[in-house]
Ligand binder design. Structure first.
Ligand code: ZN
Length: 87
């Protein structure tokens, strides 16, 4: 945990693992807004919103939103330019 208001990207590790089928918090991703490239673990995760809101640790842009709906978990990649799956 980084502060009282947000968690780090490790807090969505199981969600990302369900989505990609592998550990993802150590994988790099690029913010579409500022171009910063960082491991997903460095992202800021806000859980006091409806669902999980993931923001770029550098510029604060919302890069991913995950919301539980009656039919499952709905994930929006709002501003992720890319996610790298390193071997
Ligand atoms: Zn950014």
């Amino acid at each position: 945990m980084n502060s009282d208001t947000h968690l780090d990207g490790n807090s969505i590790g199981s969600l990302l693992q369900d989505l990609f089928g592998r550990e993802m918090t150590d994988q790099r991703a690029c913010c579409d807004a500022c171009g910063a490239i960082n491991p997903l673990a460095t992202a800021r995760v806000y859980v006091d919103a409806p669902g999980h809101v993931v923001r770029c640790a550098i510029c604060g842009t919302v890069v991913l939103v995950a919301v539980t709906v009656p039919t499952g978990v709905r994930i929006s990649f709002q501003a992720l330019r890319w996610v790298e799956l390193a071997p």
